[in-house]
Write a protein that binds this ligand. Structure first.
Ligand SMILES: [Fe+2]
Length: 192
C-alpha cells in the first residue's frame, strides 16, 4: 500500500463531505472524525514536511480548489514554543501527529485591559480538538515539550492562509487583521 494512502483517503472523504454537507457545524464534526483517523498514523507525512528549524512553520498540505477547506501541517521549531494570540475566522479542528501541545483560550477585555486565560486543552499524539463555532476561537498554542519535535495537523473550513484573521495584543486586548500565508513552496504528493 502507498504510504500516502491515509492522506489520499482523507482528501477524498473531505471533498465529498464539503460537497454533500453545507452546514458548518456538521462539516466540522464530520471533518474532525476524518482528522482523527488521519492522525492515528503518521507515516503518510513525508520527512520534508517535518523539518524542525528554529521557528514554527505553517505548511499547507492541501487546499480545496473551491477553498471550502484546507489541511495544514504545523511544525514546532526548536526555539519558539508559543504562538501569538490569534483567531481563525473559520471553523477548525486540530489533531496532534507527533509531540504534545497546549491550547490556551484567551478572552479579550472589552475595556482594553489584559486578556484573561480561559480553558487549557492539552493534546497528545492522536488527539483532536475543535476551534470556533461552539468551541472557543481565540487562543495561543504552546509546544508542551519545547525543543522537541512536534507536528500538528489542522483542518479549517476555508483557505486559512488567505483569509483575514485577528492577532491580539494580550496586554491591551487590541486586535489587528492579518493574513498568515504559508511557509512551504511545495505540497506533499498524495499520489505516490
Ligand atoms: Fe490557532
Amino acid at each position: 500500500m502507498s504510504a500516502a494512502q491515509p492522506l489520499r483517503a482523507f482528501l477524498r472523504a473531505m471533498t465529498l463531505l464539503v460537497t454533500e454537507e453545507t452546514d458548518a457545524r456538521r462539516q466540522q464534526a464530520a471533518g474532525a472524525e476524518l482528522l482523527r483517523t488521519l492522525v492515528a498514523t503518521s507515516g503518510w507525512l513525508s520527512p520534508g514536511f517535518r523539518s524542525f528549524g528554529p521557528g514554527f512553520r505553517q505548511q499547507i498540505l492541501y487546499g480545496d480548489p473551491l477553498e471550502r477547506f484546507s489541511l495544514i501541517g504545523f511544525v514546532w521549531g526548536t526555539e519558539e514554543s508559543v504562538t501569538p494570540v490569534h483567531d481563525h475566522g473559520v471553523w477548525g479542528a486540530v489533531g496532534v501527529l507527533e509531540g504534545e501541545e497546549v491550547s490556551v483560550e484567551m478572552v479579550p477585555d472589552a475595556a482594553g485591559g489584559p486578556m484573561r486565560e480561559g480553558r487549557r486543552d492539552r493534546l497528545g499524539a492522536g488527539e483532536v480538538m475543535l476551534l470556533g463555532l461552539d468551541a472557543y476561537d481565540i487562543h495561543k498554542v504552546e509546544n508542551a515539550r519545547p525543543g522537541v519535535a512536534g507536528v500538528a495537523i489542522h483542518l479549517y473550513g476555508g483557505n486559512i492562509g488567505a483569509i483575514d484573521r485577528q492577532m491580539f495584543d494580550p496586554a491591551t486586548s487590541a486586535a489587528s487583521l492579518v493574513k498568515t500565508g504559508y511557509d512551504n513552496p511545495t505540497l506533499p504528493n498524495p499520489w505516490v
